[in-house]
Design a protein around this ligand. Structure first.
Ligand code: UDP
Ligand code: MG
Length: 335
């Protein structure tokens, strides 16, 4: 039976912590009863340097439910994406399946069962996707949707309307841990891992208690980080703009020449206007060119794994091979 770990990053979540723990313990007990996960499955709260009583509450929860509740205390506030990563990587050594979910119960805990079912159906990553955004304010909804559109325009592969509520198999987290970059944008990285994936759909609810720990400023930073960490398209745009302006300068040349020969111009205007357009274009082109190299360096320094081999079937003597293949599959399941 597979051991499940539910990882919950928490920053100043004293108001919802007990609620979250209760709801998630309920889910665990239900799944254990239905024999879908191992009895020693657990919740892992990651305290992201909270300044309120969050950590004390985690300790209390652990004291009253030692088998089900565990905790990781980060030394300071590192932000949601890093806190989640710390939790995933710590939990993977203790479990076979990891599910990440926010502490505020906005994501529907009832689809966890469906996620686990989809894992058993052979998926390594199962994305929780919001069906509707009724509970979000108009502003949050439109800004978030604009963000997803912009991301895909910039060529970043993300799952539309999926935040960080997802299931990952142990081997998927292990593969993820090979991504050594420090500019983290998890939901952009997951699709790079590969393996078979699926989604479950749910309606996002209001926060159970407390207020959002993601003010507009942090959201914008996340969005910008997402784009700049995954795409060098903005640099290519500069290059393209440079080429366009140089083209315009040719049109300006024609226009200036016509004006010059028709004799209506102040002396010096022709050369001035041509220099402005041409040099402007040249500058942009040069910046764009240099940018292309910086973009490549940027991609290189991340040292991301270049591929992820899921399985190797070696050549065997005829007759023996069927048997061997079966064994390979078994081994693969148990890593
Ligand atoms: N969070 C965190 N560190 C931070 C900010 C947020 O661990 O610096 C956690 C927070 O406790 C919550 C999750 O990230 O579990 C998502 O935050 P929130 O629900 O406030 O964001 P929103 O849903 O409003 O976008
Ligand atoms: Mg939330």
């Amino acid at each position: 039976m597979d051991r499940l770990a539910i990882v919950v990053p928490c920053y100043n979540e004293e108001e919802v912590l007990k609620l979250a723990s209760e709801a998630l313990r309920g889910v665990l007990e239900d799944l254990v009863r239905k024999e879908k996960i191992a009895e020693d499955s657990f919740i892992m709260f990651v305290n992201d340097g909270s300044r309120d009583r969050t950590w004390e509450l985690i300790e209390e929860e652990h004291a009253s439910h030692p088998a089900q509740v565990s905790g990781v205390k980060l030394a300071g506030n590192v932000g949601h994406q890093f806190a989640l990563t710390a939790g995933l990587i710590t939990a993977k050594d203790l479990s076979d399946i990891v599910i990440s979910i926010d502490a505020d119960l906005q994501d529907d805990v009832n689809v966890i069962e469906e996620m686990v079912d989809k894992f058993h159906a052979g998926n390594d990553i199962v994305y929780g996707v919001r069906r509707e955004r009724k509970s979000d304010t108009f502003f949050k909804r439109t800004s978030a949707q604009a963000f997803y559109k912009l991301m895909s325009l910039m060529g970043v592969k993300t799952v539309y309307n999926h935040a960080d509520f997802r299931l990952m198999s142990k081997r998927a987290v292990e593969e993820f841990s090979k991504y050594k970059e420090t500019n983290l944008f998890l939901r952009g990285m997951m699709p790079l891992i590969g393996y078979k994936t699926d989604s479950v759909y749910y309606d996002r609810k209001e926060r159970a208690a407390g207020e959002s720990k993601y003010p507009l400023k942090k959201m914008m930073a996340l969005a910008f980080n997402g784009i700049s960490s995954f795409s060098v398209k903005p640099i290519s745009l500069i290059l393209g703009m440079g080429m366009f302006i140089i083209f315009v300068s040719l049109l300006a040349l024609v226009y200036a020449m016509i004006s010059y020969f028709s004799g209506h111009v102040v002396p010096g205007w022709t050369s001035l206007i041509l220099s402005i357009w041409f040099l402007g274009g040249l500058h942009l082109l040069a910046i764009g060119m240099v940018g292309q190299y910086i973009g490549k360096i940027y991609i290189e320094v991340k040292q991301r794994p270049r591929y992820n081999i899921e399985k190797v079937i070696t050549a065997e003597k005829a007759g023996n091979s069927r048997n061997r293949k079966g064994e390979d599959e078994l081994e693969q399941k148990h890593i």
